[in-house]
Structures are given as structure tokens and as C-alpha cells.
Ligand binder design. Structure first.
Ligand SMILES: Cc1ncc(COP(=O)(O)O)c(C=O)c1O
Length: 433
């Protein structure tokens, strides 16, 4: 795409000049303009509309007190609809803004398994995000199921089975030998958290459906970076966070998606009072609501709702199509700069080169990745994100990140490693990487 011109800063400047999303950067709080923030796939920047929305809510709470619940009570549903419309390609009535990704994962995986009572196998991959693997291990133990971990990164895990893959990417063909009518559930990521690989959601969902298997897609690293088109791809179940490319803030409320066609078949294990059909009758027995509310446990965090409304309103305005296009061009620029500057310094590209097989971040490997990632922050004001054992993730969050920010970040990384300046830094000892 860049014909050798990626290493000229003018290329990035021209991309910014022609970027229809460039105007959104001004809508984010940027305290230090020198910082190249390439970690929007971990925690997004703070949108200015969120500051107003949260301040307005504080006023609303102070004024309305408990009476506010008359209209706060159902906010998880329209907020979910907004997430669905803006970022998931989901028609109304199928998304709820609730809880955390981990809780939603537990709820929907358990619901899928309970809907297939005569099956005793469940499948995940070893490169999946730890919370998903650990929760599934617990579900398998408690429900006496056989957990198969498709070993696509050499890390193993419960019931590990090697699977053919490239850069963690699992294809429908590679998955099929593990499928049978004994399998209740398969769960995979829409974008892999470490490698950034992007599987074919439709091909895998269709294949699993042939065996009557339900798939739960973890879309945490995909939402707000790519078009997910959940309805059109025939997805049954999906979950994800909102605080990465969704920019809702640390611990922002997560979401779950249940396709309308299977809502009534499913029951979740934590049957809280918000799922009760006639919630305020406060009756003695549980009877689930017929709609998406049957998947809600408890009172929505109204601060969480307002943060989502502010930032997903921006995504809706920008359009997810334009966002995916920018993520595509941005990651292409990163790969061109990687080839020109970083490969000669001993870095390895861990993300697929095919733009259809990646999202908004790329991952590069280096034996001294941990030290380099720390030095990037301290010495060069470039914020990446390190993942054990040897990878650095670099993202373009399409609304707040400019192409020049990407370019400058890569140039500073090149200089840091070329001069071996990173050796001056000591491991910062933080528990968080
Ligand atoms: C792919 C994926 N799934 C799940 C989680 C866990 O999210 P939470 O801690 O919000 O439950 C994360 C967090 O980064 C993630 O990246």
C-alpha cells in the first residue's frame, strides 16, 4: 500500500489530512500532546463528552435521589441497543450493557452448556484470554465436563490437543476434527488478544451449528475496531468489554449479545431479580422475562451506562465502517514501518499480514520486549503494552489516534532499540504488564 513511502513523515501527515475521522481526536482529553498513546486496545482515552455525561449524572443523582430509579431502572437495554447499533451490527433487543466481561462470559457459557444437557465436551484455545480459560476450567470442573484446550500457542492447558494454526489463527477446517455431537460449546476470540489474529466468525459459527454446538465469541479486542456484523454473521452468543476501543474508562460496564432466535431457549445460572418477568411483584418463585432482560442479573451501573452512551454515541457518529477502514490503514502503516525499521533490529511480526485477518493492533516479538516496553514509556513517551513472554502490542484506536502519532511512536521505538538506550532502564517491578 505504501510503496516504500511509509518511512516519510509526510505520508502519515497526508493520511491525517485526508482522514474523515481526524476531527474526533479533539474530542478526547489529551494531557500531554508529546505522548504517542498506542495502547487504546488496552484502555481507551477519555472522551470529553464522557466528562460532561458523568458530571450531569452526578447532578441528576443529587437532585433526583431514589426517584431517579423510575427511569434508571431499564437503562441497560437502550444502552445495549446503542452498542449493538453502533458497533456490533445487532438489531434492538439483543444486547445488554451489564456487569463485566468475565461475568457475562460465565453466564453465557453456562447457559449454552445447560441448553445442551446431553453433551459432555467443551472447547477453548490456549491462546484465549486467561479469564476465559480459567472460568471455563471452573465450569468444566463443577459440571463434570471434559474441557478440550486447542493448543495453538504451545502453552498447553487442561485437555490440551495440538491444532494446526498460523499466528494463533484457528480455521474452520482445523477445528472440524474436534467437533462432534458430544460438544456443547466452543468459545473463541473475535480478535486474539495477544497476536491480534482475526478468525472467520461466520465460517466457524456455521460449522459448529452443523453439529448443534453453540459458540460464544469474546469480542473484547474487536469491538470499536472492526465491523462485527453479529446478526448478519449468524452469531448466537457474544460478549465483550467497552473500555478498550470503546473508551468507557477503567472497569467500564461490559455487554452481552444473545441472538433473538435463541433467547427463550437459554437460562443463565445467576438468576438475579432483574431477570424476573414481573420484577416488582417480588414473588416467591423465579420466572424469567421473555426478552433480553432474562440475561440481566442486577441493578445497572448508571455511571457505566452514561459513559457508554457518550463514547458509543461517538462511534455511531463516526460509523464502524469508517473506523474499521482506519484501523486497516493504520495497521498497514505499522507493518510497513515494522518491515523498514524494526525487522532489521531483531523484531518479529506476530500478527497476520493479511488485513482481513487482523483488527486494530499488531504484535511484535523481541527477546527483550519487557525492558523495551518499559523504556518506551519512560524514555520516549510512547505507550505500548507488553504481554508475556516476549511481545509488545501496538494499536491504532481509530477515533483518538492520528497516523502521525503512530509514525512518531514507531520512529522513537526504532531509535530506542538502535541506540540500545533501553538497556539504561530497570524492570519497574509492576504487577501489571
Ligand atoms: C479478550 C478479553 N476477555 C476478557 C477480558 C476480561 O475483562 P474483565 O476484567 O473486564 O472481565 C479481557 C480484559 O482485558 C480481555 O482482553
Amino acid at each position: 500500500m505504501f510503496n516504500g513511502e511509509a518511512t516519510s513523515r509526510k505520508t502519515a501527515e497526508d493520511l491525517d489530512a485526508n482522514d474523515p475521522l481526524a476531527k474526533f481526536k479533539d474530542q478526547f482529553v489529551i494531557k500531554d500532546p508529546q505522548v504517542c498513546y498506542l495502547d487504546g486496545n488496552s484502555l481507551g482515552r477519555l472522551p470529553k463528552p464522557t466528562v460532561k455525561a458523568i458530571n450531569d449524572l452526578l447532578d441528576e443523582w443529587g437532585t433526583e435521589l431514589v426517584d431517579g430509579w423510575s427511569h434508571w431502572i431499564d437503562e441497560a437495554q437502550p444502552t445495549g441497543d446503542l452498542i449493538g447499533r453502533a458497533a456490533l451490527g445487532a438489531a434492538a433487543g439483543q444486547v445488554l450493557a451489564v456487569d463485566t466481561t468475565s461475568v457475562n462470559f460465565f453466564q453465557l457459557c453456562s447457559a449454552a452448556i445447560m441448553a445442551r444437557p446431553n453433551r459432555n465436551k467443551i472447547i477453548i484455545d490456549s491462546s484465549n484470554f486467561p479469564t476465559d480459560r480459567y472460568i471455563l476450567e471452573g465450569i468444566a470442573r463443577d459440571r463434570n465436563l471434559e474441557l478440550i484446550t486447542l493448543d495453538n500457542d504451545g502453552a498447553g492447558g487442561p485437555g490440551a490437543q495440538p491444532i494446526h494454526n498460523k499466528k494463533e489463527l484457528i480455521t474452520a477446517e482445523a477445528l472440524e476434527p474436534f467437533l462432534s455431537e458430544d460438544v456443547a460449546l466452543v468459545t473463541l476470540q473475535a480478535i486474539h488478544y495477544r497476536s491480534g489474529s482475526r478468525p472467520n466468525i461466520k465460517a466457524i459459527t456455521d460449522l459448529c451449528r452443523k453439529y448443534g454446538i453453540l459458540v460464544v465469541w469474546d469480542c473484547s479486542h474487536a469491538i470499536g475496531a472492526i465491523e462485527l456484523n453479529l446478526d448478519a454473521q449468524g452469531v448466537d452468543l457474544a460478549i465483550g468489554c467497552t473500555y478498550k476501543y470503546g473508551n468507557t474508562g477503567p472497569g467500564g460496564t461490559a455487554w452481552l449479545y444473545v441472538n433473538k432466535s435463541i433467547q427463550k431457549e437459554l437460562r443463565v445460572p445467576i438468576q438475579g431479580w432483574f431477570a424476573q418477568k414481573d420484577q416488582f411483584a417480588m414473588g416467591p418463585f423465579f420466572e424469567p422475562a421473555d426478552d433480553i432482560r432474562r440475561f440481566q442479573i442486577a441493578s445497572p451501573s448508571i455511571m457505566g451506562m452514561r459513559a457508554i452512551q457518550a463514547s458509543f454515541g461517538m462511534i455511531e457518529e463516526a460509523t464502524i465502517k469508517a473506523i474499521e477502514h482506519k484501523a486497516n490503514v493504520g495497521t498497514e502503516l505499522m507493518i510497513a514501518l515494522f518491515d523498514a525499521w524494526l525487522a532489521p533490529l531483531g523484531f518479529e511480526l506476530l500478527t497476520p499480514r493479511n488485513p482481513k485477518e487482523r483488527g486494530g493492533h499488531i504484535t511484535i516479538g523481541h527477546p527483550e520486549a519487557k525492558l523495551i516496553a518499559t523504556a518506551m514509556r519512560i524514555l520516549k513517551k510512547v505507550v505500548p503494552d507488553y504481554r508475556t513472554p516476549d511481545s509488545i502490542r501496538l494499536a491504532i484506536a481509530p477515533l483518538p489516534t492520528s497516523f502521525v502519532e503512530v509514525y512518531d511512536g514507531f520512529l522513537r521505538l526504532k531509535e530506542l532499540v538502535e541506540t540500545k538506550q533501553y538497556l539504561e532502564i530497570e524492570d519497574n517491578g509492576s504487577r501489571v504488564t
